[in-house]
Structures are given as C-alpha cells and as structure tokens.
Design a protein around this ligand. Structure first.
Ligand SMILES: NC(=O)c1ccc[n+]([C@@H]2O[C@H](COP(=O)([O-])OP(=O)(O)OC[C@H]3O[C@@H](n4cnc5c(N)ncnc54)[C@H](O)[C@@H]3O)[C@@H](O)[C@H]2O)c1
Length: 260
C-alpha cells in the first residue's frame, strides 16, 4: 500500500539500531519510506553490523556513534548535526544480566542505576541535546513495555525503568510542549530482538501473548514502526504525553479465556 510521503521535509534522529531485528531499524525504514531523512545514532559495539546495514537505508544522511552513557560521544554526535531535527526516536534500553537473575528485592544499586540511566534518563539526556536543533518543534517517540505498569514476571528492574520512562514522557511533554515539541511513547507487545533475548522465558511469553491477546497474534517491528510514523507525522499534531499500546490488545485483558 502506498502510504505517500507525509514526512517529506522532516529529519529524524533514530537511536537504538543494533541489528536488522531492532525495532529502531524498522522505524528508520518506515520513516524513510514516508519521506523523512534519517540520522542514526548507534552504540559502537555494533559498528561491524551498522556499517553494512545503515547505507541500505533510502534517505540516510549519516550514522554516528552515540553511547548515551558517554557524554563526550553524545555531545560530539549533536555538535556534528548540520540540519534541523523534527523527530527523535528513543529505542534504547539495557539492564545488566545480573538484574534479571535472582529476586527483585535483591536488585543492587549499581544494576538499578545502570538500568534507569540507560533506559529512562537517556530520554531526557537526548532531548536536552536535541532541543536546540528542533527550531520548528517536533516529535519524540520512546519505546515502552507493559512491565512499566503491570508486573510482567522476569522483567524485574526493567519494569521499574519503563515506569520511569513513561513518567519522563509525561514530564517532558509538559516541559517541551510550549516549544512545540511533542513527547509520546509506544508500549509494544513482545518482539524477538537482541534486547528481548536477555529476558528469561521470552519464547513462552510470545506464545502466551499470542494465545491471550484479543487479536490472537504477536506484533511485529513493522506494526510498531507504523505507529511511530503516525506519531512522527503532523497527523498526530495534538497528541502528546501519551503512551500508545501496540500489543494486539493484550494489555486490556484481566482474566483471559481460561477454557481455551
Ligand atoms: N523487543 C520487545 O519485545 C520490546 C517490547 C517493548 C518495548 N521494547 C523496547 O524497544 C526498544 C528497542 O529494543 P529492541 O527490542 O529493538 O532491542 P535491540 O537490542 O535491537 O535495541 C536495543 C538498543 O538499545 C541500545 N543501547 C543499549 N545501551 C545503550 C547505550 N548505553 N547507549 C546507546 N544505545 C544503547 C542498543 O545499542 C540497541 O540498539 C527498547 O527500549 C526496548 O525496551 C522492546
């Protein structure tokens, strides 16, 4: 289906491409297909993949390393930007493997700090740097998960991080709204990616979601990317501070059909 070029004239920064399975990669491709120019910010540990993948993007302007925990890299990334920015995609999350082992009550301060810095505070950090480049206003889109509002066994500290991320979305929407910058998140259903492979029993989660979600299916990276393209476009110009579920309806279920 031809979706037209509603993002023509816009430039998007997309953070979080690590591989072809990354949700950020699907978003970059969709924004590009709809006319946006793309700048990728990536973690250098994935350089060998990104150097081959990035140039396959239609409207790529550049791809630059940008580890959110390294201030010098982040500042260099933004000072090197030559264009106005309209869209920022935050598809970044990380918690140390130790945070997924053992009980939540035993979470160490170091694991908490790392998970929250990378997965939640990074949104504010990116927006602080992006803001001066968003002279025409714009749209920021973060990626969340149901674990931010419900207990999703095995998600542990990442549930706490996503709760903080969703709160940051509301706070930043209010803070940046007067400058015409909108901030929203997409709460995606489970998708098999590199980050997801760190979550124990992920395959079982996929099966359960598919069985229980009203639409009886799992979502794909493309489903999420389509929603991101809408949030990036002027069609969503009065939507800010929201968390939109792209999860085949899974999040509305309290008690699933136990007989099925
Ligand atoms: N896969 C799922 O089931 C699912 C569901 C809901 C939400 N999400 C969210 O989607 C987003 C993208 O994850 P994904 O599933 O595509 O996995 P992914 O592994 O492809 O992407 C995670 C990205 O985070 C980046 N990252 C981690 N630490 C970083 C740092 N210090 N600096 C810069 N980048 C850093 C990695 O480089 C990687 O590109 C994450 O926020 C994740 O929590 C994923």
């Amino acid at each position: 289906m031809d979706k037209g070029k509603p993002l023509e004239g816009k430039t998007a920064l997309v953070f979080g491409v690590a591989s072809e399975t990354s949700i950020a990669w699907a978003i970059a491709k969709e924004l590009s297909a709809r006319g946006a120019k793309i700048v990728l910010g990536y973690q250098f540990r994935y350089h060998s993949r990104i150097k081959d993948l990035a140039p396959t993007l239609q409207n790529l302007l550049s791809f630059e390393r940008c580890d959110i925990l390294k201030d010098d890299e982040t500042e260099k990334f933004f000072s090197g930007l030559k264009t106005n920015i309209d869209v920022v995609v935050h598809a970044i999350a990380f918690a140390p493997a130790t945070a997924y082992q053992g009980r939540v009550v035993d979470t160490t301060q170091d694991d908490f700090t790392t998970a929250l810095q990378v997965s939640a505070h990074s949104l504010a950090k990116l927006m602080k740097q992006a803001r001066p480049h968003m002279k025409r206003g714009g749209s920021a889109i973060a990626l969340s998960y149901l674990g931010g509002v419900r207990v999703c066994t095995n998600y542990k500290i990442m549930g706490v991080a996503k709760a903080a991320l969703e709160a940051y979305v509301r706070e930043l929407a209010n803070d940046l709204g007067p400058e015409g910058i909108r901030v929203n998140s997409i709460s995606a259903g489970p998708i098999k990616t590199l980050a997801a492979s760190g979550i124990p029993e992920f395959e079982l989660m996929l099966d359960y979601n598919k069985a229980v979600a009203p639409l009886r299916d799992n979502v794909t990276q493309t489903d999420v990317a389509n929603c991101a393209a809408f949030l990036a476009s002027d069609d969503s110009s009065m939507i800010t501070g929201q968390n939109i579920y792209v999860d085949a309806g899974y999040s509305i279920i309290g008690v699933p059909n136990l007989a099925a």
